[in-house]
Design a protein around this ligand. Structure first.
Ligand code: TYD
Ligand code: MG
Length: 474
């Protein structure tokens, strides 16, 4: 008789516990533990797929004997996408495309397959939409009367074993699985979307990729609730992790790579969602600057880090004389206490009288910032509104503010500055670097300041123009 065990698995981080817990001790999320039944049948067939060799017996080899001839990458005709992948798809790799539901993951994948088919055999497996629905979407994405490629196959299927059979039949170069949370391995008892299903299915897809040289794209929904396992649990299984993000009510989408075994991370691709699909934005800085009102008081650009990902955000500030007694501080996307502290520092150390002013701070795009590195930008936005002076339009402001009005250097300055430069900013107002470190990146002017006072003076100065060519002294 096989033994039957019950265990509880956190659907957010994958922590396993013997008994139910209301709060996961590893990731601190509430009500995320779900009961799973495990059949213990001796050496289990499907519980430890990572230990199985990639097709047959393995044997150790000398490192010098292993050839590393650069495998040609599969060209991706969408430039922004290709860049994020590190210059194309590595054959036999498995790539996770994560993002909120409705952000455009299926659209991006379908556009890629439409563009690739004709050159590569593609199998698109969907567990979310019927073949008709996908065809209708493809019709919308294609130009009018364009004929569909011969070697693009669609199937609606969620059983992993059937999917693997389809792969054996179709023999595609590229397999898309939309989404990993709908796929299930029938030999496991837990429901589709649970941590063990998601892990097991992606491990098997990885083996398929490595053994047969098929490149696999796996779509994963990011979820805040515990019901469906998030893509976090399979980040370590796949070779490359891409996230598609953006405000669902705004048109812009950022595709970021957070992990890439075959290229540099911190790559970002920018797209715009139109009625006929995602359109590349080759010059995001222009778009970004165009969206923003330039030379208007009460706006500053901060560079924050989201994990390992840098992100440029516009911070808006507004001050208005208090009407009824107590001055109010109303932050949106910024911590309330942090704003109180920044207002106090501005009042005491910079001499800006905010005592009888209501202060509103808004992070554009609905972002939440909990990083002190955005302090300087918040302070600049508030001061800018108060003084009715605009912050210079080509500058980003990075720096943590201390109680004495001093500026402190946040971590990962190189990454932040590179992102600012990538998005077209010419100047960065940053804390003075007191210790030896990597040189500042080139192509962006760095202005170091010891204090908030100094930094704000720089921020409100007018951009100096280069002298006319003829009069330049050699
Ligand atoms: P979708 O790719 O289905 O999102 P996901 O797979 O990440 O859940 O995209 C859904 C949204 O994209 C939907 O709200 C409509 C919008 N959309 C467009 O605006 N234009 C288009 O051409 C397409 C196909 C979708
Ligand atoms: Mg989808």
């Amino acid at each position: 008789m096989p033994k039957t065990l019950t265990r509880y698995v956190c659907q957010q981080c994958g922590r396993v516990a013997a008994s139910y817990m209301g709060k996961c001790p590893q990731c601190n999320s509430f009500n995320s533990m779900v009961e799973e039944i495990v059949h213990d049948e001796g050496p289990a067939k499907y519980t430890n797929s990572t230990a199985r060799g990639l097709g047959g017996r393995t044997s150790p080899r000398k490192i010098g004997d292993i050839s590393v001839e650069a495998e040609p990458r599969i060209h991706v005709p969408i430039g922004e996408f290709s860049r994020v992948l590190g210059g194309g798809i590595v054959p036999g790799s498995i790539i996770l495309v994560g993002g909120d539901p409705g952000i455009g993951k299926s659209t991006l994948m379908l556009q890629m397959t439409l563009a690739m088919a004709g050159k590569k055999r593609v199998l698109y497996v969907s567990g979310e939409e019927s073949e008709r629905q996908i065809k209708m979407r493809a019709d919308r994405l294609q130009e009018k009367n364009a004929h569909f490629p011969e070697d693009l196959f669609l199937v609606t299927e969620t059983n992993l074993q059937t999917i693997l059979e389809h792969v054996r039949e179709v023999k595609p170069d590229l397999l898309i699985v939309d989404s990993i949370q709908t796929v299930y391995q029938p030999e496991l008892d837990s429901s589709a979307g649970s941590v063990s299903q998601v892990r097991e299915c992606s491990s098997q897809l990885r083996e398929l990729a490595k053994a047969q040289g098929v490149s696999v794209f796996v779509i994963g929904h990011v979820t805040k609730e515990g019901a469906i396992a998030g893509p976090r649990v399979l980040e370590h299984i796949v070779d490359t992790v891409l996230y598609l993000e953006g405000d669902r009510f705004q048109a812009y989408r950022l595709l970021r790579s957070v992990k890439n075994r075959f290229g540099a991370t911190a790559e970002v691709g920018v797209f715009e969602m139109r009625e006929n699909g995602l359109v590349e934005v080759p010059n995001p800085s222009e778009v970004f600057l165009a969206e923003r009102m330039i030379n208007v008081p009460g706006s500053a650009i901060a560079v924050t880090m989201e994990g390992t990902r840098p992100l440029l955000v516009e911070i808006q500030g507004l001050t208005s004389p208090t009407q009824f007694g107590n001055a109010r501080r109303t932050p949106n996307g910024v911590d309330y206490n942090r704003l109180m502290m920044l207002a106090a520092v501005l009042t005491r150390r910079v001499g800006i009288k905010l005592v009888e002013q209501d202060i509103f701070v808004n992070v554009v795009g609905g972002m939440k910032i909990d990083e002190p590195a955005a302090d300087l930008a918040i302070a600049a936005a508030v001061t800018s509104s108060m003084k009715d002076l605009s912050v210079r339009a080509d500058a980003v402001l990075i720096g943590e503010i201390g109680l004495a009005g001093e500026l402190r250097l946040p971590s990962q300055m190189q990454t932040r500055l590179r992102e600012a430069q990538k998005l077209g900013f010419k100047t960065a107002i940053v804390p003075k670097r007191l210790r030896k470190a990597e040189p500042w990146p080139e192509n962006i002017q760095i202005i170091e300041s010891r204090s908030v006072y100094e930094a704000l003076e720089t921020a409100f100065s007018i951009e100096r123009k280069a002298p006319p060519k003829g009069r330049q002294v050699a």
